[in-house]
Design a binder for this molecule. Structure first.
Ligand code: 7TS
Length: 411
């Protein structure tokens, strides 16, 4: 199917709306993506036609809802190249998926003095869970540094990874700088010392084709809401051999095999990790989002976004008094650009752009250690999705030029 941007944009009702009387230019996709009509329809259809609790009732609706929910699990498995849908666990978001690994795998395996290797560019969601479990188990956190170009500095990796390293957890794609991390290389390094590799694909899964089988990662986490799906659905992929050994994360209904008053046994994976009534409607609608992305093609999505990101970075770089953080114009960068405008606080830039209908994010982007590394308290961030256009980048840049003029720091 050809990449027809006009047709794609018609699929998203929100992209037809205006904000403060201006056409919406949505460049906050790293925070959450917009939702196509087919996903909205799937949600309405579920509540109108097949609402029931799953995995328990024997009536028609319960059966239909259960089938549809499990259908999404199979769809996710295919989408990420997992060997089996048993390796796909539904959580609330990527954050909960990463906490699950830390609280279950981490608590069961970490010994005092063991090391967890992270990077300096992690989102707090892939940092705090490890801080919590490291403190509890007496484990030590180590960090791969980030250099000025936003890349990971692997020159001293041999001093950071070794026999004490038990977990290596890192993002596929920086949610601040758009840096693409060397996923395969890091996974191989982790496995070479017997550590497990945990991939935070919250950004990565939305932008590039990925295969957990090809990566050979042990765990991978992402969120549906960053890839055209509803909010409230996260995915944890885990190799069956790990998941089978791991204790439950949360206890309650539907995760048990037998229950006595004082002890219990657990259901098979993946159900062992899905206590209580899950987010049925949103999981079911997420299948439609994955079908939608697959119909367009993740390779085409990546190719379009790559061009747009390059164009946006070039236009920003051509402006005076604008600093871009992370990869240079010649380096690979994916969908995310952090920048500051000299003399204007990022919150003011963001607010001024909002008056023009342009939505970006300003702040620390849940990456306070990275902000310190970059020597700033906050940045602006424009983040791109496949439904964005070159015209929208132009509107963003001209709104930014007017902002500079308004604040008297015109280039
Ligand atoms: N990891 C990365 C790399 C992220 O970018 C985010 C969310 C998360 C984990 C957490 O995802 P959640 O769905 O569990 O919240 N990032 C952002 C962002 O950059 N702006 O808003 C949310």
């Amino acid at each position: 199917m050809p990449f027809d941007i006009r047709a794609i944009r018609r699929d998203f009702p929100i992209l037809q709306t205006t904000v403060r009387g201006k056409p919406l230019v949505y460049l906050d996709n790293a925070a959450t993506s917009q939702t196509p009509q087919c996903v909205i329809d799937a949600l309405t259809h579920y509540y109108a036609q097949s609402n029931a609790n799953i995995h328990r009732g024997l009536h028609y609706l319960a059966e239909q809802a259960t089938l549809a929910y499990e259908e999404t699990r199979k769809r996710v498995a295919t989408f990420i190249g997992a060997r089996s849908s048993r390796e796909v666990i539904f959580t609330r978001n990527a954050t909960e998926a990463l906490n699950l690994v830390a609280q279950s795998y981490g608590r069961a395996t970490l010994q005092p003095g063991d090391e967890i290797l992270l990077t300096e560019m992690e989102h707090h969601s892939n940092l705090i869970p490890w801080q919590l479990i490291a403190k509890e188990r007496g484990a030590v956190l180590r960090f791969i540094p980030v250099v000025a170009t936003g890349a990971l500095d692997l020159s001293r990796i041999d001093t950071l990874i070794g026999p004490r390293t038990k977990i290596v957890a890192f993002t596929m794609l920086s949610n601040v700088m758009g840096t693409i991390t060397p996923v395969r290389e890091l996974i191989q390094r982790a496995h070479a010392v017997g550590a497990v590799a945990v991939i935070d694909a919250a950004q990565g899964a939305a932008h590039r084709p990925l295969s957990v089988a090809e990566f050979d990662c042990d765990f991978l986490a992402f969120s549906a809401h960053k890839m055209c799906g509803p909010t409230g659905v996260g995915i944890l992929y885990g190799k069956a051999e790990h998941l089978e050994q791991m204790p439950p994360f949360l206890g309650g209904g539907e995760m048990i095999h037998t229950v006595e008053l004082t002890h219990s046994t657990w259901a098979e994976i993946p159900h062992k990790f899905e206590a209580g009534t899950p987010n049925i409607a949103d999981v079911i609608a997420f299948r439609v989002a994955l079908d939608y992305l697959a119909t367009i093609g993740m390779d085409k999505i990546w190719a379009h976004e790559e061009q747009l990101t390059r164009y946006a970075a070039q236009r920003l770089a051509a402006m005076k008094k604008v600093t871009i953080y992370g990869p240079g114009l010649e380096d690979l960068r994916d969908a995310v650009i952090a920048f500051n405008v000299k003399g204007i606080h990022p919150h003011d830039v963001s607010q001024a752009l909002d008056f023009e209908g342009v939505a970006i994010r300003a702040g620390h982007h849940c990456c306070q250690p990275l902000m310190r590394r970059l020597g700033v308290a906050a940045t602006n961030r424009a983040s791109i999705a496949f439904y964005n256009t070159f015209e929208e980048i132009d509107l963003f840049i001209s709104a930014l030029e007017r902002t500079q003029q308004f604040f008297g720091v015109a280039s």
